[in-house]
Ligand binder design. Structure first.
Ligand code: SF4
Ligand code: SF4
Length: 349
């Protein structure tokens, strides 16, 4: 496994970590943790909103907690709920302290204002002084907001998406993060799963997860990449990429991006932040269909035929949307969900 200095934390972090979104899908989490340790992985990332992930890691890390930099996050904007979540994370993880706590998904200036002025940031600073938290991070999906945040408050770590379809951090954030000596964590190396063998095929593409990871690890500003791990096979792919990490020159990065360029930068990543929908619409499912539809309409009738059949199989169709707008506030990619659902229904039903 390769390691690098994680910015001002001075921690020597492994090139890949365990993303904990799918911890509940892992059949033997303690076994997976043991294999990850043996392979040299020393960081785990979870969140208070990843189902039972914190509890599962809390149990699985008994006896080896000190061998990992453990990160978690809270997305809550209500100040009291946010504070409770921090205490709850300590309990669920069964830890006396959390290495890294993120203000999670601060992806609009309004979000930032809320947690900056609402006491959330100050609360984390206070808990840091009390020894509950070692370092403070911020996770962002919007780079304008990221620049604003970093110009106004001090953080130890930034987490952002950097993958074959999202390269803007190269020109907007990486130098800034280096100048502030921040740790840089890359989330969504597979763009929500699309940049993997199985899912890319649904888009008519041939993209390997290992190539996607190679790309995200290929920039020197990146300290660690945290793919969501749900099986030993995925862990082994990540370990192999972490072992073979190489800094890529620009032509090589450009070349790796060529296949994925067809996807464009803006498409549904299937992250699920838009949920729940009061009308019961499976928004990630239908929005990913819409992204495929946008690419293939009028160009590939075989794909559109398949989409029609997938759409018919969905339990709730797009016309169930009542236009409440709740999902619009939550989608970090600002996708126009109600309009897209209406278009999908009109064209595929
Ligand atoms: S706007 Fe439509 S899809 Fe979005 S949450 Fe409301 S009902 Fe659901
Ligand atoms: S619509 Fe937005 S929030 Fe919902 S799954 Fe897609 S990218 Fe994520």
């Amino acid at each position: 496994m390769q390691y690098s200095r994680f910015g001002r934390t001075d921690f020597m972090i492994s090139a890949v970590g365990i993303g904990g979104l799918y911890a509940n899908r892992v059949s033997n989490l303690p076994g997976l943790i043991t294999e990850a340790l043996d392979a040299g992985i020393n960081t785990i990332d979870t969140a208070s909103t990843y189902g039972l992930s914190e509890e599962l890691f809390g149990e699985a890390l008994v006896g080896c907690r000190d061998r990992f930099l453990v990160a978690t996050k809270s997305i809550h904007r209500d100040f009291n709920v946010f504070c409770q979540t921090v205490y709850q994370s300590l309990q669920r993880l069964q830890m006396e302290y959390i290495d890294l706590y993120y203000l999670h998904d601060i992806s609009t200036p309004a979000d930032w204002k809320l947690v900056r002025d609402g006491g959330h940031y100050d609360f984390l600073k206070h808990r840091q002084k009390q020894g509950d938290i070692r370092w403070i991070g911020v996770s962002v999906h919007d780079l304008d907001t990221a620049e604003l945040i970093l110009s106004e408050r001090d953080f130890d770590v930034i987490m952002l998406a950097y993958n074959l379809t999202e390269r803007e951090p190269e020109v907007r954030i990486f130098d800034l993060a280096a100048s502030l000596d921040l740790g840089v964590v890359v989330m969504k190396p597979f763009a929500g799963g699309v940049l993997t063998e199985t899912r890319s095929q649904a888009y008519g593409l041939d993209i390997r997860a290992a190539d996607a990871l190679r790309f995200s690890l290929g920039h020197p500003a990146v300290h660690t990449v945290i793919p969501g791990i749900s099986s030993l096979q995925e862990l082994r792919t990540a370990v192999a990429c972490g072992n073979q990490r190489e800094i890529l020159d620009m032509p090589t990065r450009d070349q790796l991006c060529q296949t994925a360029a067809f996807l464009g930068g803006v498409f549904c990543k299937g992250c699920g932040y838009c949920l729940p929908c009061p009308a019961g619409v499976d928004i990630p499912l239908l929005m990913q269909m819409h992204s495929r539809f946008r690419l293939y309409d009028q160009r590939n009738w075989q794909q559109v035929f398949q989409l029609r059949s997938d759409y018919e199989a969905a339990s709730v169709s797009g016309d169930a949307c009542v236009g409440c707008g709740e999902c619009l506030k939550r989608c970090p990619y600002r996708l126009s969900i109600p309009d897209s659902l209406a278009e999908l229904h009109q064209r595929l039903s």
